[in-house]
Design a protein around this ligand. Structure first.
Ligand SMILES: Cc1ncc(COP(=O)(O)O)c(C=O)c1O
Length: 370
């Protein structure tokens, strides 16, 4: 299997698996227990928290461990909505967000909140002017993803942050796709909240984190005992917390000069060489994650290509229901033309992708499409 679907999920890095082992095998203490076994578990959780914080350049007590990207997004969006409801009832997001942002927003609409869905340009980028125009005195939160899962387009979060700051509005970014792929500093971005999803950076599925800027209190999603400083109840998942800590430590060391951008560029140039003007790049030409290539194969259906692409794992945004192909809502919001959207395949590369795998994938694509 040639795995070119790292934006869907990543394999667990063997070094991460190793870091989990003591807590699977023998270090089973409850971090709340006062005996030595408990203390060691607590230390493991806090060391991991510090490693996550180091990757985001924030303070350890600004990190809340969660079950993943979806929970972090729900916690932050619903938590702000509840905590700030006396200040206002308006939230701004974009049309290209992940369902774990769009659906909490829809849920809040059902409770009487108002949500504005900012449009995007042809590259999938939100316009800062649109955000500025949409902010009103009722706006309590702007939530815009850092990088898009389908196209890799990176949003101008730093610019949006300036606008939010000027207007006194809180800003969240869903960074599930960017953490581990590009350097991220919460202060450089200027965000108040940020979402991390562990399984996108070589930790297991079911672990994530929320950055909540110091001094801001929001309503928890899970009420119970005082875990995570009262922000998320439930006995800590020591094994997975250790995994996320290790994954973040590795990401911090290997985030640059890891060869992924070169390999992605090589893939794109080879595709251009073979397919010439019968392919389109969906997404921003430069402001894009270094591992993501969303290619529209004109005259083809994405799901048909994937069905025929034996032993290559990739994704398509188009869906086929009862013989009818529907195009991805993200590409639709970008105004991508029908052909490039129907034939869209998202290839996403990662730490373990090799040049030989890319060469084989190209051969297979040429074999079925040319
Ligand atoms: C942009 C984005 N946000 C959130 C999520 C959800 O993360 P998780 O699968 O950890 O709930 C994903 C995962 O696909 C994602 O790509």
């Amino acid at each position: 299997m040639i795995y070119l679907d790292y934006n869907a999920t990543t394999p667990i890095d063997p070094r991460v698996a190793e870091a989990m082992m003591p807590y699977i095998r023998s270090e089973y203490g409850n971090p709340s227990s006062s005996h030595a076994l408990g203390t060691r578990a607590k230390n493991a959780v806090e060391e991991s928290r510090a490693k996550v914080a180091a990757l985001l350049a924030c303070k350890p007590d600004e990190i809340v461990f969660t079950s993943g990207g979806s929970e972090s997004n729900n916690y932050i969006i619903r938590g702000v909505a509840t905590a700030y409801k006396t200040k206002g009832n308006h939230i701004i997001t974009s049309q290209v967000e992940h369902p774990s942002v769009l659906n909490p927003c829809k849920y809040l609409e059902s409770l009487g909140y108002q949500v504005s869905y900012a449009p995007v340009d042809k590259y999938g980028m939100v316009r800062v002017d649109d955000i500025e125009r949409l902010i009103s005195d009722k706006t309590i939160l702007v939530t815009i993803m850092h990088a898009n899962n389908e196209t890799g387009t990176i949003q101008p979060i730093g610019e949006i942050a300036k606008v939010c700051k000027k207007q006194g509005v809180l800003l969240h970014t869903d960074a599930a796709q960017s953490i581990g792929k590009i350097p991220v500093s919460v202060d450089d971005l200027g965000v108040d909240f940020l979402t991390v999803a562990g399984h996108k950076l070589y930790a297991p599925k079911g672990i994530g984190a929320a950055f909540v800027r110091g001094g801001i209190t929001i309503e928890p999603l899970i009420h119970g005992a005082g875990h995570e400083s009262g922000r998320r109840a439930g006995t800590e998942n020591v094994v997975f917390d250790a995994a996320l800590g290790k994954a973040c430590e590795i990401a911090g060391i290997e985030i640059t000069n890891n060869g992924v951008r070169e390999l992605t560029d090589y893939f794109y140039h080879k595709l251009k060489e073979k397919f010439k003007d019968t392919i389109r790049l969906n997404g921003h030409p430069t402001q894009r994650l270094p591992n993501t290539l969303n290619i529209g194969f004109l005259g083809h259906d994405g799901h048909e290509i994937l069905d025929n692409l034996n032993d290559v794992a990739a994704s398509t945004g188009s869906a086929c229901h009862s013989g009818l192909t529907t195009i991805s809502p993200v590409l639709k919001a970008m105004g991508t033309d029908e052909g490039a959207a129907r034939g869209a395949i998202r290839f996403s590369l990662g730490r373990f992708t090799t040049r030989e795998e890319i060469d084989t994938a190209i051969e297979k694509l040429v074999g079925i499409l040319l």
